[in-house]
Design a protein around this ligand. Structure first.
Ligand SMILES: Cc1ncc(COP(=O)(O)O)c(C=O)c1O
Length: 437
């Protein structure tokens, strides 16, 4: 069942005289590869509904997704998980609220803190020395911090991480609920997990996933799942952060991706997971003792940037790298032939593979101002290396993964500068700091 896609196809087949947006009218785009998609690229007319209002075909299309993920409701998003993060936090919080925030969150969460004027209390994760990565979020630790901050009613964590590490969302959810709070999970990298039978999000009140990261869906597509809230309110808050002209091509691709997964695509993901499991056995990778996304391949390498370059020279393009890892996003769309090529290249480059060199653990900088005060303060631009003792007016984050090392309002001390140098961040790059008085 593809309620939205069906409506769009029916409309296109009628050969309508389209005196409405978009201006290509479904017939002409100067990029020939996009011409077929143009027929489905429509606007809100009576049959195509409205993303931000009740009614068909969105009610059915979103309900099918909600059912599949085991949530009360689903909201299609055309602005990525970024839009879902902003929507979710504005549904949970009031301006000035304290929130418990995983420090490993994506930069979109920090922007939401500023826009919504939230006061973060950061949750730090254990540093796994041997693996050179941060570990899962420990439920007992979340409980301890909630005891210390009984006013906090919103907890925001990321699971899985970029490297594929999953946290026990169910257990964390029980703890948050026992404190009368709500748990929001940024599951941007985990849209495929429920189709693999991984119970990644049960226990959360709100979850956002980027369909575009791991599913056969168009760039920018994402889904917000919500339990126990009025769906009209979810729509209203989503509409604050989304365009009033959401792309029907993107939304149809969400509708069709789910049906494809129901029709055998899920088995294709299980097959991809088996290929990844075999590669993990053969090459140094994150695996033992960690709860991982079965399709994420995080290679342990002696020099991440050098290894990524060698892969690219062989026409194999990874998702990201750090000093000791290269992360590959694997899906069935990588096809058997590309997995074979990857295995050949890894065999050729075996001597450059793990163990990863000692990597520095991240730490929490000292805070001088709120994220909101700092982001909107008067600021100037300086090379990072000249910013010792200055207060950041922007996020300073290697991208990907886009996790801020320094957030707006935090002090760039000697320690932070040393950390940036150790992780190979370009300390000559320009950053924005608060203007000295
Ligand atoms: C953990 C995490 N959350 C959110 C995002 C933002 O997702 P999107 O690009 O779909 O807006 C990213 C992007 O890389 C991410 O890694």
């Amino acid at each position: 069942m593809t309620p939205l896609y069906d409506v769009l196809k029916d409309y296109a087949q009628k050969d309508p005289a389209r005196f409405h947006m978009p201006g290509h009218k479904g017939v002409f785009l100067p990029i020939p590869e996009l011409r077929e998609a143009a027929a489905l690229d429509v606007t809100e007319i009576s049959s195509t509904g409205n993303l931000y209002q009740r009614g068909e075909p969105f009610d059915s299309a979103q309900h099918l997704w909600a059912q599949r993920f085991g949530f009360d409701c689903c909201q299609f998003l055309t602005g990525g998980s970024t839009m879902g993060i902003h929507t979710a936090l504005s549904l949970c919080c009031r301006p000035g609220d304290e929130v418990l925030v995983d420090r490993n969150c994506h930069r979109a969460v920090f922007n939401a803190l500023a826009l919504l004027d939230l006061e973060p209390v950061y949750l730090e994760r254990p540093w796994l020395e041997e693996e050179g990565i941060i570990g899962h979020m420990e439920p007992e630790y979340v409980e301890k911090i909630l005891h210390q901050h009984p006013n906090i009613k919103t907890v925001c964590i990321t699971s899985p991480t970029y490297a594929g590490v999953l946290s026990d969302v169910f257990q964390i959810g029980r703890i948050v609920h026992a404190h009368g709070g709500k748990l929001f999970v940024d599951g941007a990298h985990g849209a495929h997990l429920p189709f693999l039978g991984v119970e990644a999000f049960q226990g959360a009140d709100l979850v956002v996933v980027s369909a575009h990261k791991t599913l056969p869906a168009m760039g920018q597509t994402a889904l917000l799942f919500v339990n126990g809230m009025d769906q009209d309110l979810v729509r209203l808050h989503a509409s604050i952060y989304g365009t009033s002209s959401p792309s029907y091509v993107l939304m149809a691709s969400l509708d069709a991706a789910r049906q494809w997964l129901e029709d055998g695509g899920a088995e294709a993901y299980r097959k991809a997971a088996r290929r990844v499991a075999a590669l993990r056995e053969q090459y140094p990778c994150l695996r033992d003792g960690l709860v991982l996304d079965p399709t994420r391949l995080t290679l342990c390498v002696k020099d991440g940037p050098a290894f990524a370059r060698m892969l690219e020279q062989r026409n194999v393009y990874p998702e990201m790298e750090d000093g000791g890892h290269v992360v590959l996003i694997c899906t069935p769309q990588d096809l058997e032939g590309n997995f074979d090529r990857l295995a050949e290249v890894l065999e050729e480059l075996r001597s450059f593979l793990g163990p990863c060199p000692p990597l520095p653990a991240p730490h929490l900088p000292q805070r001088a101002l709120s994220v909101r005060q700092a982001l909107f303060a008067q600021s100037e631009v300086l090379p990072l290396e000249a910013c010792e003792g200055r207060v950041a007016a922007c996020q300073i984050a290697p991208y990907p993964p886009g996790v801020p090392v320094v957030s707006p309002g935090e002090v760039i001390s000697k320690k932070e500068l040393a950390y940036f140098a150790q992780i190979g961040y370009n300390v000559k790059s320009e950053v924005r700091v608060i203007t000295s008085l």
